[in-house]
Each structure stands twice: as structure tokens, then as C-alpha cells.
Unconditional design. Structure first.
Length: 505
């Protein structure tokens, strides 16, 4: 019997990482998410998926997942750490893997509305994943009102980023109400023997001896293009310099940057992707610019409601961008780089705020930040593990950004689980140390859904911020002359938020 290898494209494994000698070893970026994790800062990405119809039986769901696990072999692997920290961890088969440990079953208390589901999601998302097991969980949630059920998913960021996570969902789900047959593996899965500590250390030291050649290969790949070598080197150095200059700037103080605890609150705002496209077509910019303008408007209103000055204030958002090539879509591991966006929370006029943001993002793109970040991301795979650990800790302690805002494109067609249609997905991005708010956005089947995760104590009124986000979207739509959406994105918006804030004071 042989170990299964998942094939993404001819000659390309799904867990393929360019420039990495051992394809089972974590990249430098993947490893940094382990170093960033603390008792209060969990580095798992998560999501709340709501489905129409009666919930499947727990055993039925487990059977369906087991039938597709050969498509995502990393989900049966756990981490093995190199002794004395002499190399990045590697993925190894878990000989004690049991799917029932990872696929859990619970139910909501009555009345089983969105409020109860959000509380449960916040509680589940507050729990760290066990590093001695494969780094994922699924929670089947019954008792959701309106003939619905939910799935809560958690996957460690070292295993998957937002873009590849979406592709995994399309593997686990069906594209039609009738479940499509999945080809069974030719061989029954049998875990490979675990490497001994001595083997792990020897492999890491041997790989380190080949690092110089790998570095040259990685740099050559990063600089590949039609220009001369000298021109490309100059452009690359300028791009890396742009990232360094931007990264050294300190973010302004804000109510979102305080010491966080281990507990989370989670809420969401459901919006219409067509509405954002219409705003973009009317006022200019990109859909992502409109998203950032809506977020900036909500943050500014929230700060003013709490007596925080916003005149001339620009909060700093860390915006992860995917650098995954099309051939790599669906691959596990992280292929992301960071860009920095200034959010003009002091501009109350929605049109002026959007135009300011559009110009800012255009400057960011032309500055070469994305190119420089990609080069640094590639080179980080060759940094000694101890240096990577210290760099990750330093980044967590410094106030380089006020919050993370990540926008991930999802499938624009309906998905199904055992014949039940997926109604909506609400994503969650992990909180870094001293960062009490994160906003993740995911498009799915015509929706644009915002997932807001907050430290439990620092942002006890995160629902007020969610209301302000709805109001900010409404204001942009009104300024663009876009008719009000008939979907669930609309509501009492800012009026309800202000009433609650006044009552709280």
C-alpha cells in the first residue's frame, strides 16, 4: 500500500511549494504563523457557513468527509518539530488520526437565531487548535431557526491561507444538489512511519547544506522577466525598499490596539456584491477600494461615537494579497504578501473618502509594495528558523498596523453539502497580539460578506461597529445613486448603532 499524493495539475502535487527542497517542510511564511501564536493570539482562520434545510446526521457528515479526505491529504497530517529548533517543522502522517475528533456536533439553545449562532462561533473560535493533531476542526451546528443549520470551520494559518481555503471548500462541497460521485482512492490510506528526532535533525541539517543553491534559484525565479538582469535587480531592490520604508512606519494609537485576551466575539454583515460593483462603476475605483471605504467610514463613526478624535487620522490596515499563481490554486500552505493601506477615518463624506482611498491604493500598487513583499516572502523560506521566530515575535509586538482587512474572492456559484444549499459564508481572520479587531470579507454567489472578529473584552459592542458598517455601505450607495439593496445587508444601520452607544454611555 502506498501513501496517496493529491494531484492538482500534471506533475504538480497539491502541497507543492516552489523553491522548497522538502515539500513536506513548512515554508518560512507558514512557520511564522506558528511563532506568532500565543495563549491570547490564536493563528487559525475560520468561517461560519449557513445551509438551507435540515441538518444531516453526524454520522452521515463524517462518512461524506471521510470519502473525500484523499483529496486533501494534509488534513490527515500533523506537525513534527525539529530538535533544538534547527529547522522548520515538517508535515507527517498522524498514525492516530480519527476523523470523529475533528468533526464535532452541537446545537444552539432556543430560539436558535443569528445571535445564538454568533455567540457559539465566538466561543469555538476562541479555542486554540491542538498542535499534536492535524490542525483543523469542523462543528456541525443544529437548532438554527428557519429550517437551517451551520458548519463552523477552523484551520490553522500554517496549513492554509484564505484563497486556498476557498478552493478546499469547493473540493469538499458539491456544485449541484445531487452529490457528485468522488473517485475512491486506488489504495487504502496507511500512515507513513513517523520520523525519529534524529531523522528530523539530520534531514534539516542536510537541507540547510543545500540552502545557498535554493536561495539563488528562488531569487532568480523572483526576478524572472523580459528586462535585463541589471534592470530587474534595480527594480526588485526598489520594491523591497518600498516595503521596508512602509513597514517601518508606526500605526497611530486607536481603541483597536490594546492587549487582547484569548476570548472572541464574532459577528457579520451580509452585503450584495452587485451593489459594490455599481458603486464602483458610478464613483470610480475598484471593488476593493469601495470595501475599504466602507470599512473606513464604519471605523470613523465608531470612534466618534466613543469620543475618539478622528480629524486627520488615518488608521493603518494590513491588507494581505494573494501571490498564488493560477496553477497553484488549491495548494495548501500560504502564498500571501502584505500591503499597507491608510484608512482616512476622519473623512466623513463618503465620496471624498472613496476617492482618497482609491488614490492611496493606486500609489501603493505603483510603489512596488506587492512586488517587494513577494520577493521577501520567497526569501523568508530560507531564513534560519531562529531568526524567523524572533522576527515574527517582533512584528507582533510592534504597532505596525491597527487592524487586518482581508478580501478573498470566493466561488460565484452555489455550493451544496449532501444536497443542502450553502446560503452564506462568513469568514474570520485571526487577531494578532495587541490587535483587538479583524475584518475578513468573502464573496460568494453574488454576496459580499464581512466577518468581524473582536477581542471579547476590548470590543464588547462589536455589534455597534457592524451596524455602522451597514450604515457606511448605505451612505456610499446613496452617494452613487444606487437603489437600496433588497437583501439582508440593509437595516437600521447607524441610527440603531448611535442609540445603543448613547445607552451604553
Amino acid at each position: 500500500m502506498r501513501h496517496e499524493a493529491e494531484v492538482l495539475a500534471p506533475g504538480r502535487r497539491r502541497d507543492y511549494h516552489p523553491g522548497v527542497a522538502n515539500q513536506d517542510r513548512l515554508t518560512g511564511l507558514d512557520s511564522s504563523f506558528l511563532h506568532l501564536e500565543r495563549d491570547a493570539a490564536h493563528m487559525h482562520v475560520a468561517g461560519c457557513s449557513v445551509f438551507e434545510g435540515e441538518a444531516p446526521a453526524h454520522d452521515e457528515l463524517i462518512e461524506a468527509i471521510e470519502s473525500r479526505l484523499h483529496l486533501v491529504p494534509r488534513y490527515r497530517q500533523r506537525l513534527a518539530f525539529v530538535p533544538l529548533g534547527q529547522g522548520r517543522p515538517v508535515w507527517v502522517d498522524d498514525p492516530h488520526f480519527k476523523v470523529r475528533y475533528h468533526v464535532r456536533h452541537t446545537a444552539l439553545p432556543r430560539p436558535g437565531g443569528d445571535a445564538e449562532l454568533k455567540r457559539l462561533a465566538g466561543r469555538v473560535f476562541s479555542q486554540a487548535l491542538d498542535r499534536s493533531r492535524p490542525l483543523w476542526e469542523l462543528w456541525l451546528v443544529e437548532g438554527l431557526a428557519g429550517d437551517r443549520f451551520a458548519l463552523l470551520s477552523k484551520t490553522h494559518h500554517a496549513l492554509v491561507d484564505g484563497v486556498s481555503g476557498v478552493d478546499i471548500a469547493t473540493v469538499l462541497f458539491d456544485t449541484s444538489p445531487e452529490p457528485l460521485p468522488v473517485a475512491a482512492p486506488q489504495h487504502h490510506w496507511v500512515a507513513r512511519p513517523l520520523p525519529t528526532p534524529a531523522q528530523l535533525l539530520a534531514d534539516a541539517l542536510l537541507e540547510r547544506a543545500t540552502v545557498p543553491a535554493e536561495v539563488v534559484r528562488g531569487v532568480r525565479a523572483a526576478l524572472r522577466g523580459p528586462r535585463t538582469v541589471a534592470a530587474k535587480v534595480g527594480q526588485a531592490l526598489g520594491s523591497v525598499g518600498a516595503v521596508a520604508r512602509t513597514g517601518l512606519q508606526t500605526a497611530p494609537p486607536s481603541p483597536f490596539n490594546v492587549r487582547i485576551g484569548p476570548h472572541r466575539r464574532f459577528t457579520w454583515v451580509r452585503a450584495d456584491l452587485a451593489e459594490f460593483k455599481a458603486i464602483k462603476n458610478s464613483l470610480g475605483g475598484t471593488v476593493n477600494d469601495v470595501v475599504l471605504a466602507a470599512v473606513a467610514g464604519a471605523l470613523g463613526n465608531y470612534m466618534r461615537l466613543h469620543g475618539q478624535p478622528t480629524d486627520g487620522v488615518e488608521l493603518r490596515a494590513m491588507v494581505p494579497v494573494s501571490i498564488r499563481a493560477d496553477i497553484e490554486r488549491g495548494a495548501l500552505g500560504n502564498r500571501v504578501a502584505a500591503m499597507w493601506a491608510a484608512l482616512p477615518v476622519g473623512i466623513t463624506d463618503p465620496v471624498a473618502r472613496l476617492h482618497t482611498l482609491s488614490e492611496e491604493m493606486q500609489d501603493v500598487k505603483s510603489s512596488g509594495q506587492a512586488v517587494g513583499a513577494e520577493i521577501l516572502t520567497r526569501l523568508s523560506g530560507f531564513a534560519p528558523p531562529t531568526i524567523m521566530a524572533q522576527a515574527a515575535r517582533l512584528q507582533a509586538r510592534q504597532r505596525l498596523f491597527n487592524l487586518v482587512v482581508t478580501n478573498v474572492p470566493g466561488p460565484q456559484f452555489p455550493l451544496y453539502l449532501l444536497g443542502r444549499e450553502l446560503e452564506a459564508i462568513y469568514p474570520m481572520v485571526p487577531l494578532a497580539e495587541n490587535t483587538a479587531l479583524g475584518i475578513a470579507i468573502l464573496s460568494y454567489n453574488g454576496q459580499l460578506n464581512f466577518g468581524l472578529v473582536a477581542d471579547y473584552d476590548a470590543l464588547a459592542d462589536v455589534e455597534v461597529l457592524a451596524d455602522e458598517l451597514r450604515a457606511s455601505i448605505e451612505a456610499l450607495a446613496a452617494a452613487a445613486g444606487v437603489p437600496p439593496s433588497a437583501g439582508p445587508a440593509k437595516g437600521s444601520g447607524g441610527r440603531a448603532a448611535r442609540a445603543r452607544a448613547r445607552a451604553a454611555r
